[in-house]
Design a protein around this ligand. Structure first.
Ligand SMILES: Cc1cc2nc3c(=O)[nH]c(=O)nc-3n(C[C@H](O)[C@H](O)[C@H](O)COP(=O)(O)OP(=O)(O)OC[C@H]3O[C@@H](n4cnc5c(N)ncnc54)[C@H](O)[C@@H]3O)c2cc1C
Length: 410
């Protein structure tokens, strides 16, 4: 949606196919990072965004095991500028805002209930997609460039020449809701129990909870009984104990498969993959959405010119991968380290980083050094590489209006 909005503002004909009827699904993360907040400022959408219901989170913590306190790995409040927090906004609200804004452009079309089912090709070049609508109609849509932004189950992954590289992942996620009450903590709350880690997203009147469990243990744990899991959850997050009965059966607990992988090639003539389609991200550090948005911004900037000229060559799509791959590799390497050093040991009931003492030393080192505190904060906030939108898409407010928060960007 970000790519479509930027290209439509640059005067390029864009059609977005979305297989669902709307964006209202709760299995997405809610994190809107400083890089996206700065982008919304650049697009003149900061005020509308500020009106969406949201919570602000300033620290990223990794719980280090049952009964132990969490380690703060990034503290965004040390960052200069107005956006020193992650805004927690239900992703459907953000997507609706972007779609509404894009609809103002005469060159934008959103076709919901329309699933891309295969690629059209001519002489080795992708020339569009075949689609099927929810009422069973089929059709073809031709395009100078097809961008696969269809997530980790992307259609593009069926193309053998793009070659998928999978990295192991020690966990899957259970996804469920618990009621929220006045007086609860707000924002993002973490915890660790016997064989699971949890992150709870504050969505106003309920908590969207994720419990990370060791990969492949869903069936065995369900067989052990819901009561056992709820007792463990209540022990790990004592203030929610009286409300865990809101989960009446395992039907209220969805299993989300966690993957970490990357295509070796993100393109072929006429086709580009971005976001999870090119590189599926784990939920660790909550940075997958950020990365997907930044891919879109870079793609818009690098491709708006060739698209307008009507000639998008292999060199143009390759430039997007060349630009975005290093930051993707670095981010996935960090996630893999967190999987191996923190998550896998904790899920096995062992201390992270080999020993509890070492974990405490690392936490102390980060907490004691302003520079070390700023580095992970900057990485979570902006990623390894910050992207600027194409000039034609920018709609900054009048100079004296500043940003939505009234202060300049760092
Ligand atoms: C359990 C879990 C929790 C996570 N939590 C966070 C978090 O808190 N913060 C964070 O930053 N990242 C998080 N991530 C990672 C994040 O979800 C992804 O990195 C991010 O959603 C990628 O965005 P995307 O737009 O590339 O793909 P997606 O968000 O997957 O969007 C793909 C879209 O394409 C549509 N689609 C799919 N196939 C087709 C088709 N054939 N035709 C038409 N439409 C199609 C889908 O309906 C969907 O709307 C989490 C991941 C997991 C597994």
């Amino acid at each position: 949606m970000v790519l479509a909005l930027l290209l439509a503002r640059a005067g390029i004909e864009v059609t977005v196919l979305e297989k669902h009827a709307d964006f209202l699904r709760d299995f997405r993360g809610d994190t809107v990072h400083p890089s996206t907040l700065a982008l919304l400022d650049d697009l003149g959408l900061a005020e509308r965004f500020a009106r969406l219901p949201q919570r602000r989170v300033r620290t990223v913590q990794l719980p280090v095991g049952p009964g132990r306190s969490a380690v703060t790995v990034a503290d965004l409040s040390v960052l200069p500028g107005p956006h020193n927090y992650v805004a927690m906004v239900p992703q459907w609200d953000l997507l609706d805002l972007l779609a509404d804004e894009a609809r103002r452009e005469p060159t934008f079309r959103l076709r919901t209930n329309t699933e891309a089912t295969s690629f059209l090709t001519e002489s080795g070049r992708v020339t569009g997609v075949r689609y099927r609508t929810s009422d069973g109609r089929t059709g073809e849509l031709r395009a100078l460039l097809t961008v696969a932004c269809d997530g980790r189950g992307s259609l593009a992954r069926s193309l053998p020449e793009l070659r998928l590289r999978r990295f192991g992942c020690p966990m899957d996620a259970w996804w469920f809701r618990l009621p929220r009450q006045d007086g609860d903590p707000s924002g993002l709350v973490g915890g660790a129990g016997e064989g699971f880690l949890t992150a709870m997203i504050d969505r106003g009147d309920y908590w969207q909870c994720a419990a990370l469990i060791p990969k492949g243990t869903d069936a065995e744990r369900r067989a052990a009984g819901l009561d056992r899991f709820l007792a463990g959850y209540a022990a790990a997050v004592p203030w929610i104990a009286g409300r865990t009965h809101a989960l009446r059966s395992w039907d209220d607990v969805k299993l989300l498969d966690v993957h970490l992988d990357r295509l070796r090639r993100w393109h072929r003539p006429g086709l580009l993959c971005i976001g999870d389609a090119a590189h599926a991200m784990s939920p660790v550090f909550g940075i997958g959405i950020n990365l997907a948005v930044q891919d879109a911004v870079a793609a818009a900037r690098l491709l708006a010119g060739p698209l307008r000229r009507g000639t998008v060559g292999l060199r143009d799509v390759r430039a997007v991968q060349r630009r975005r791959r290093p930051t993707t590799v670095a981010t996935q390497a960090l996630q893999r380290t967190a999987h191996a050093r923190f998550i896998a040991p904790v899920l096995r009931g062992r201390p992270p980083l080999g020993s509890a003492e070492r974990a405490r030393r690392v936490a102390g080192l980060v907490a004691g050094s302003p520079r070390l505190r700023r580095l992970p904060a900057y990485f979570v906030a902006y990623g390894a590489l910050r992207e600027r939108p194409p000039a034609e898409a920018v709609r900054r407010p009048a100079p004296d209006a500043g940003t939505a928060t009234g202060a300049p960007h760092p």
